[in-house]
Ligand binder design. Structure first.
Ligand code: NAD
Ligand code: TYD
Length: 337
């Protein structure tokens, strides 16, 4: 089996490559990644000498490059992680989100159709469902909900989902889509809540909590997401959407306090700052479909997942230092002062 993994130098993509080559040593994986600010070849150090792994630098929205790659490699399966993924950046500049998340997906779909791939899998997000109210803990995202997005990021991801389903209906392309809740774990870029708070707390810097910190996210350890995608590409039904989440809801402030406790840092580091524009209140996944159809269940609970994650950041200061010296330094100054 030969798999194209796009965005494999990013957080979830690199964890997926490690997961798949560990589980299926005979599979071949080609990673296509543009190495934007969020992509880091160092994250793939552990597979760079694996004879079944190959890295190609390039953009999924480069039509010619994508066509040539598909013609040469004859992929069986495509898993598209490549995206602009940070909501705050999409509020600052939506256009690159449309270019990569919508046009890039269209390029991959077109090549997948032309070269008859056996499965195109789109890695999507629960954010395409918009948000749930904070005072209705009985409500959850199910696959049949309409897409009602809030941010330019989620709007671009929803557009990509609709295009993916259109390629199935119109051209018969064998597609699947997963919509996962917030991930955490090793190699996550420190602009996202959990690594941001770990890295800043370590440096005794103020921890910027948006609004009152009462917004709720449904956290999943990254390996459990990788396992879900593995199950979907092997056994998922073509044309179907699968929600992925482990019923692990936390208010942001609870997550920040957990990190402070584990690092033995004081709560005085918490700084309540101006709320994010259009800030989604609550995400919460109903994972019954993937659980009933494919037998997927999460394996890592929040306590042990957070311990592993914090330890990883403590052990990998070089990885973080490199990021902090690049484009991120300027972004961080602009956003957090
Ligand atoms: P990330 O920002 O860490 O990584 C994105 C990767 O895509 C980077 O390596 C980057 O270089 C690459 N990339 C960006 N533009 C590209 C382009 N035009 N061509 C090729 N490569 C490009 O993102 P992530 O958190 O790993 O998310 C991966 C996917 O999972 C995204 O599609 C995201 O929407 C989805 N998702 C993320 C989460 C989460 O909590 N992080 C949850 C659900 C779904
Ligand atoms: P984030 O990691 O950006 O993921 P998403 O917005 O895609 O869910 O943010 C998670 C939550 O944490 C979200 O409610 C916004 C909040 N947040 C802060 O309070 N402070 C921050 O500095 C960041 C980046 C996020």
């Amino acid at each position: 089996m030969k798999i194209l993994v796009t965005g494999g130098a990013g957080f979830i993509g690199c964890n997926f490559i490690y997961y798949m080559l560990g589980r299926y040593p005979d599979y071949e994986i080609v990673c296509l990644d543009a190495l934007t600010y969020a992509g880091n070849l160092k994250s793939l150090d552990g597979v760079k000498n694996n004879k079944n792994f190959k890295f190609v630098k390039g953009s999924i929205s480069d039509k010619e490059l994508v066509d040539t790659l598909f013609a040469e490699e004859k992929f069986d399966v495509v898993v598209n992680f490549a995206a602009e993924s940070h909501v705050d950046r999409s509020i600052e500049n939506p256009f690159i989100f449309l270019e990569t998340n919508v046009m890039g997906t269209a390029c991959l779909l077109e090549a997948s159709k032309k070269y008859s791939v056996k499965r195109y899998h789109q890695v999507s997000t629960d954010e395409v469902y918009g948000d749930l109210p904070l005072d209705r803990p009985d409500l959850f995202f199910t696959e049949d909900l309409p897409l009602t997005t809030s941010s330019p990021y989620s709007a671009s991801k929803a557009s990509a989902d609709l295009l993916t389903l259109a390629f199935h209906r119109t051209y018969g392309l064998p597609v699947t889509i997963s919509r996962c809740s917030n991930n955490y774990g090793p190699y996550q870029f420190p602009e996202k809540l959990i690594p941001l708070m770990i890295v800043r707390a370590q440096e005794n810097e103020a921890l910027p909590v948006y609004g009152e910190g009462l917004n709720v996210r449904d956290w999943l350890y990254v390996d459990d997401h990788c396992k879900a995608i593995d199950m979907i590409i092997h056994n998922g039904r073509v044309g179907e959407v699968y929600n992925v989440g482990g019923h692990n809801e936390r208010q942001n402030i609870q997550v920040v306090r957990t990190i402070l406790r584990q690092l033995d840092k004081p709560e005085t580091l918490i700084s309540y700052v101006k709320d994010r524009a259009g800030h989604d209140l609550r995400y919460a996944i109903d994972p019954s479909k993937i659980s009933n159809e494919l037998g997927w269940e999460p394996e890592t609970d929040f306590d042990s997942g957070m311990k592993k994650t914090i330890q990883w950041y403590l052990d990998n200061t070089e990885w973080i230092e490199e990021i902090k010296s690049g484009e991120y330094a300027e972004y961080s100054r602009r956003i957090y002062g």
